[in-house]
Write a protein that binds this ligand. Structure first.
Ligand code: SAH
Length: 460
């Protein structure tokens, strides 16, 4: 970091501004707004600057700049068209250990003026460390557009309530959490709506209830493939600490049952073509609950980061500064393969394994099929029941032998698990005849041969 951003208190502080043109006028306006006791040193000044000084009680010291002009000052700004004068101001200020800014000459500055979004007393300062003022200004325009004008009022309100809150909540951590809920919650909404008296009442109510104060958190928890015994200790512990549990169809009911008795349980669906809550709404619901101070567990089937859209759900939380944790789970491929007696890798048959999305997009699967022709790689297709015929067709077309063993595992690790086996050429017909139902997993590769010997559970 080349510059440390600080907010300087200049009220009544003696400041020297050398120069009296348009640029100096802009700087003078800023310094006077901060309450500086300003002396402008220049032979001539603009009319505007003269008016500004008149209105704010600043002084115009008419004449050329001399070193003595900086004596007793706390800050110096040079904005003259004369490079020599500017340099002189810089050198003199450095000799006196004064912070100095020479407009448009970053190499002659010990401080720089950032672009600011002014919602006084709330200020946002943006600096590009002198590299690109244009970029900083553009960013400022964007922020201007997104920060409600009334934010200043909110900061003012918070300032007035500060002592009251400090008196009631003495520990720093809980106090911070309290304020986070205030500025993000109904109190802030009331202030922004101009209803400050009501906001104050509401804040007092919340102050009475600080025992229940805790910040919402979200745990994205992998619940494993179905059998409750395949959950991790951590998953169980967090599940039992949750105020609210969000779960979808892939999470077995006995797992949801392990939540605290008084926990709220919310079903958020997701079956193919039956999206009970669209993903965006799930993301928003998580955010909303966490903001209300809840400890939320979002249970995902298998592992949250394997075809689980877990990344999307925490992305929104991360952007809003909600604390979260992600807990891995046993993914369906591991669970189903183990319970079906199909090792996903094997010294003799498979040196790698690949997890593949098998759902159709408008009757097609968008994969680079040519890369699937390695006979020593096991393939596991998730969400592939409907696309099974197409998967088998494409694999054969791209170099996998028609007699490559293939299996479909239905309800892997759950009571009633079924394993249907065949080859790439025959599996679609086997599955159609058996009438399989989701959730299913398709495993392709020579390792499937081992099923006959190793399976001990739910053999087809
Ligand atoms: N995050 C999950 C996968 C979600 S995608 C995980 O890591 O396991 C949903 C797909 O997972 C289903 O369409 C199905 O292909 C597979 N799946 C999940 N549970 C399963 C189970 N018990 N048996 C077979 N397949 C399962």
């Amino acid at each position: 970091m080349e510059y440390l951003p600080v907010c300087l208190r200049l009220r009544d502080a003696p400041v020297a501004l050398v120069g009296g043109g348009a640029v100096a006028t802009r700087k003078a306006r800023l310094l006077l707004r901060a309450g500086a006791n300003l002396t402008v040193i220049a032979p001539d000044i603009t009319e505007k600057l003269e008016r500004l000084l008149g209105a704010a009680g600043g002084v115009w010291q008419q004449g050329r700049y001399r070193e003595v002009d900086l004596h007793g000052k706390v800050l110096a700004v040079a904005a003259t068209p004369d490079a020599q004068v500017n340099r002189q101001v810089h050198d003199d200020a450095r000799a006196l250990n004064l912070p100095v800014n020479v407009v448009d000459s970053p190499e002659l500055c010990t401080f720089i003026f950032p672009s600011i979004v002014d919602r006084d007393p709330l200020l946002v300062a943006i600096s590009s460390s002198g590299r690109s003022p244009v970029l900083a200004r553009q960013l400022r325009r964007r922020l201007e557009a997104t920060l409600p004008a009334a934010y200043g009022r909110l900061a003012e309100f918070a300032g007035r309530m500060r002592e009251r809150v400090r008196g009631r909540i003495t520990a720093e951590g809980p106090r911070r959490l309290f304020w986070e809920q205030v500025v993000d919650g109904p109190v802030a909404e009331l202030v922004l709506a101009g209803r400050e008296a009501e906001a104050e009442t509401r804040l007092d109510e919340q102050l009475q209830d600080v025992e229940h104060l805790h910040r919402g958190e979200v745990y994205l928890v992998g619940a494993g493939p179905g059998d409750p015994d395949l959950m991790t200790f951590k998953a169980l512990r967090l599940l039992q600490s949750a105020d609210v549990v969000l779960y979808d169809r892939l999470v077995a009911p006995p797992i949801v049952e392990m939540a605290r008795r008084d926990a709220e349980r919310i079903y958020v669906g997701k079956r193919r073509a039956e999206h009970t809550l669209p993903q965006q709404q799930i993301n928003e619901l998580l955010l909303e609950l966490a903001r209300a101070g809840k400890r939320v567990v979002r249970l995902k089937g298998g592992d949250p980061f394997i075809f689980g859209r877990g990344g999307e759900e925490i992305d929104l939380l991360a952007r809003h500064g909600i604390p979260f944790q992600v807990v891995p789970g046993i993914t369906a491929a591991s669970g189903a393969a183990c319970y079906a007696g199909i090792p996903l890798t094997h010294r003799d048959y498979a040196q790698s394994v690949r997890f593949v999305a098998g759902y159709l997009k408008g009757n097609r699967l968008e994969h680079d099929w040519a890369t699937f022709n390695n006979p020593t790689e096991t393939l596991v297709f998730y969400m592939g029941l409907e696309g099974l015929p197409e998967i088998c067709r494409q694999l054969q077309r791209h170099g996998r032998r028609p007699d490559t063993p293939a299996a479909l595992v239905e309800r892997g690790t759950l009571a009633g698990q079924r394993v249907l086996t065949g080859t790439l050429a025959t599996l679609p017909a086997v599955v159609a005849a058996a009438g399989a139902r989701a959730p299913t997993l398709i495993i392709v590769g020579d390792v499937v041969r081992l099923h006959a010997d190793l399976a001990w559970f739910g053999k087809a």
